[in-house]
Design a protein around this ligand. Structure first.
Ligand SMILES: [Zn+2]
Length: 362
């Protein structure tokens, strides 16, 4: 049985809900920290549990190349391998093949590409992506899609959307035939809540470039194939921010009101670049003006960084390129994002129409 999704309250387009997975219940709307290589960079898992995300995002392309899916599978899937008892989502690898690898060749069957690590040749298809994602054992996995580049003309956008739809159907077929091969099968079932998921859940991905009519068609035809949740893909590919919002809003209205939705590819690596989010706006900690600033990064933030350190110290660590800079900056930013989403959920419960998640993150 795939994940269950319960909506508790709605306010305008905002929905407050719970996504029940084999590795815990996730309060939505949620921000998923990025753990590309089975680690949220710089943060050990016990500290991550304290910061509080209920789900993290990991990356099939990277883990397939290193350490390899078989290794992760033998060590209990991602949960066992990285010692993370809460939920995980993996992407299909499609986006990274299109954005990171060189000399890729797209055919009906799948994509041949060269590793960005050592130039070795590899092949991903809907079937091999499902096989990899089942082996990695995330709670939510994604259909294999082609991320349409931007800009793309009308013909190219349609052809790409049609290819994604065929790959989506193949992804579902392979998943349905092999979903019981997940490395933790049987382990979680007995502890799961009565309405909890006992298998992985495969989500479909809506493409269609920046063409709103194709977005609608892609949504409708993906829904016909049928999934327990739907993602909006193909965004943050170089288009202006206002266009991202326009496409998100136009696509959302064609997705089922009672199913979870996942906006892909709008994550950020701000912390590593010294860009910190606070209740008073963005702070670029590298600036000289903070060199003797005794104040906490964000006086309103309860995180352990803001409770203990000054802006001056954080600025020094960053300027000196100390490892601790990335750790502390990431702890604060993650805490800030998770607090922001907590506030969004409370607003929805109180009946306030929330700002868009894109606005909340800026
Ligand atoms: Zn903080």
């Amino acid at each position: 049985m795939p994940c269950a999704f319960h909506i508790q309250t709605t306010a305008g387009p905002g929905r407050r809900g719970q996504l029940v997975t084999p590795h815990g219940t996730i309060e939505t709307p949620v921000f998923m920290p990025v753990g590309t290589l089975a680690t949220v960079k710089g943060i050990p898992q016990d500290l991550l549990e304290e910061i509080g995300p209920e789900i993290i995002l990991s990356n099939t392309y990277h883990l397939y190349l290193r350490p390899g899916v078989d290794t992760v599978r033998k060590l209990g899937g991602l949960h066992g391998f990285m010692s993370w008892p809460r939920a995980v989502l993996t992407d299909s690898g499609g986006f990274q093949v299109f954005s990171l690898s060189e000399l890729r060749k797209v055919k009906e069957e799948g994509v041949t590409f060269r590793s960005h690590l050592d130039g070795s040749s590899h092949f991903f298809s809907p079937e091999s992506s499902m096989e990899a994602q089942i082996g990695l054992g995330a709670d939510v996995i994604m259909a294999f899609d082609e991320c349409t580049e931007h800009p793309a003309d009308a013909r190219r956008t349609r052809e790409s959307m049609e290819l994604t739809l065929r790959w989506t159907a193949r992804s579902k077929k392979y998943f349905e035939d092999h979903k019981h091969d997940v490395p933790w099968k049987g382990l979680v079932q007995k502890d799961a809540q009565s309405d909890g998921a006992a298998t992985q859940s495969l989500f479909g991905i809506v493409q269609g470039g920046m063409d709103l009519a194709l977005r609608r068609e892609s949504a409708e035809r993906t829904i016909e194939i049928g999934f327990p949740g739907y993602a909006i893909g193909g965004l943050s590919v170089g288009e202006p921010r206002h266009l991202t919002r326009e496409v998100v809003e136009a696509t959302l209205q064609h997705l089922p009101a009672d199913k979870p939705r996942y906006l892909m590819g709008v994550g950020t690596r701000a912390a590593r670049h010294g860009l910190l989010f606070t209740s008073e706006g963005r702070i670029s900690i590298k600036q000289a003006r903070y060199a003797q600033d005794e104040a906490p990064l964000d006086p309103k933030c309860p995180c352990r960084v803001c409770q203990r350190y000054s802006r001056a110290y954080l600025r020094h660590l960053y300027a000196a390129n100390e490892v601790l800079a990335q750790v502390l900056n990431t702890i604060h930013n993650l805490s800030f994002y998770l607090d922001t989403m907590r506030t969004v959920r409370q607003s929805i419960s109180l009946g306030d129409v929330p700002r868009s998640p894109l606005a909340a993150r800026q």
